[in-house]
Design a protein around this ligand. Structure first.
Ligand code: FCB
Length: 508
């Protein structure tokens, strides 16, 4: 996934459906004015003072120390106990789509080894576990009554978590759409929104007596972009109209799912995990500054603004409603006043304008005239992503300003480093410790400046199936030997356990 995401960041096409008109960013401008502060994350800021300065830090009482996973990336058992086929089960079988021909057929075999996963959580003193529910495990054909074995699986998992006082956060959709629904048109088909609401209601009824924290979607921009425009993720389509329709239907589904959850379970605490990245202009030119604002509206606001305010960032206004499939009354339907905003954050984005010559040579660049890339000043992870803790601080503060100090959960942050066991079997992943230490330092600094961050979920509890990268990138705090499925705690896992136990990070 990193590569594809990097590609996304670099793609002019991806960058700016929103960018063509000057009105584009009035939405951010307005809200930042209202907040009486500098505008959003789209403004260059001084670098974070050396992070060491912020240590030691302690976190607020009740801060959640978490880890995150996703069903397709860990469960395996892809066709067992009545589970239906998902778009990922189908996609991994298309030759050339996944590095080394890997599949998630077995992944970490968590469907059978979940007790071992829970033992890891316990050993790391984790008190919040973000996992996802596989839609086709609950509804094999995406309709009708639930598959009892699927419901039992998550029920047992939730019970075991609660016994250990670990808060379950259930993600309803982490990219594994039932293939049945893809056959009927997938996310570009408006009916999918209603089907998502039905599935949400089933989950709320099945688990709502024990699960209060829910994430509707994981990274809506990532799965619509990669799945329907770039084609590097399931279902592998490469169509601009499909992409635009998919984004709108997911926004409708976010509204419908929110309503379904609240109606079934009024006490539910509901959010979405957005893929976020502060956007900095490549230079101080006015064109690049505008490009950065446009990039911000696309990357950070395309799904958040509809939920919180029932509208698209104003820059989208030029897109003919028909291109996105917008109908009268849809804006009201998209509204989902989230109880918390989930931030998945890995790196920053650098944005620059696309010249007129490039624009006229490609209709798509005309529609999306912003170039985006990752930064190049910080060290790189094994996925090639820049380590830039300031990005975490900037993004949290941006959301805090733009949405009037909402509750925030860091639903994901982490790094791929492929360190394996040394001769003594120990996995010394010092760079991962440094990553989390610095990103947590940035979270701590944001909290001390007034942000309401409730928890941090490291991606990931253990090494797992990294989408189109297969098993080639290890994000875990526990090492998984994919031949034997043996899990071994890495040094980072031990370090994280200490931080969680102490609710803070020492000065050493
Ligand atoms: C996030 C995804 C997650 C994982 C990490 C590395 O964007 O939500 O599933 O792939 O990246």
């Amino acid at each position: 996934m990193p590569l594809t995401r990097r590609k996304f960041a670099q793609s002019a096409l991806a960058a700016g459906a929103i960018a063509a008109l000057p009105s584009v960013f009035s939405a951010c401008t307005e809200s930042s004015k209202a907040a009486g502060t500098v505008r959003s994350a789209a403004v260059a800021r001084p670098k974070l003072s050396p992070v060491q300065d912020s240590f030691p830090i302690s976190f607020p009482k009740n801060f959640s120390w978490g880890a995150a996973t996703a069903a397709y990336q860990i469960e395996g058992a892809w066709n067992q106990d009545g589970k239906g086929e998902s778009i990922w089960d189908r996609f991994v079988r298309v030759p050339g789509k996944i590095k080394n021909g890997d599949t998630g057929d077995d992944a970490c075999d968590s469907y059978h080894r979940w007790r071992e996963d829970i033992a890891l959580l316990r050993a790391m003193n984790i008190n919040s576990y973000r996992f996802s529910i596989s839609w086709p495990r609950i509804q094999p054909n995406a309709s009708g009554s639930p598959n009892a074995a699927g419901v039992d699986y998550y029920s047992r998992l939730v019970d075991a978590l609660l016994e250990l006082h670990i808060r379950p956060i259930a993600t309803l959709y982490h990219w594994d759409l039932p293939q049945h629904l893809e056959d009927a048109g997938g996310w570009p088909n408006r009916d999918t929104a209603g089907r998502f609401a039905d599935y949400t209601e089933i989950c709320a009824r099945a688990f709502g007596d024990r699960v209060s924290d829910w994430v509707l979607f994981n990274e809506p921009l990532a799965f619509t972009y990669r799945g329907y425009l770039e084609g590097a993720h399931a279902p592998g389509r490469t169509s601009l109209p499909d992409f635009l329709h998919a984004t709108h239907v997911v926004n409708l589904a976010q509204g419908a799912g929110f309503q379904a959850l609240k109606q079934t379970l009024s006490s539910a605490r509901v959010g979405t995990a957005f893929s976020m990245s502060p956007c900095e202009p490549a230079t101080n030119s006015e064109e690049d500054k505008l490009a950065a604002e446009r990039a911000h509206a696309l990357i950070n606001l395309w799904f958040l603004e509809p939920a919180m305010k029932g509208r698209y960032p104003q820059g989208f206004a030029f897109l003919p409603a028909t291109l996105m499939g917008i109908r009268a009354g849809d804006f009201e339907k998209m509204r989902a006043p989230l109880d918390f905003i989930g931030i998945n954050l890995y790196y920053r984005t650098i944005a620059s304008a696309i010249g007129i010559v490039e624009r006229v040579s490609s209709p798509q660049d005309w529609l999306f005239p912003v170039k985006m890339s990752g930064g190049d000043e910080g060290p790189k992870t094994d996925a090639g992503w820049e380590v830039w803790p300031q990005a975490m601080y900037d993004m949290i503060m941006s959301v805090t300003r733009e949405y009037h100090r909402p509750q925030i959960e860091i639903t994901e942050s982490g790094c791929a480093y492929n360190d394996g066991p040394g001769p003594d079997g120990a996995i010394r992943d010092a760079r991962r410790i440094e990553y989390h230490r610095q990103y947590l330092g940035a979270v701590g600094r944001a909290i001390s400046e007034g942000a309401d961050v409730r928890g941090y979920h490291a991606w990931s509890l253990m090494d797992n199936f990294e989408w189109s990268e297969g098993f080639s990138q290890r994000f875990g705090m526990a090492y998984v030997d994919f031949k034997t499925q043996k899990r071994t705690m890495k040094e980072s896992g031990r370090w994280y356990g200490k931080v969680a136990a102490e609710n803070g990070i020492g000065g050493d």
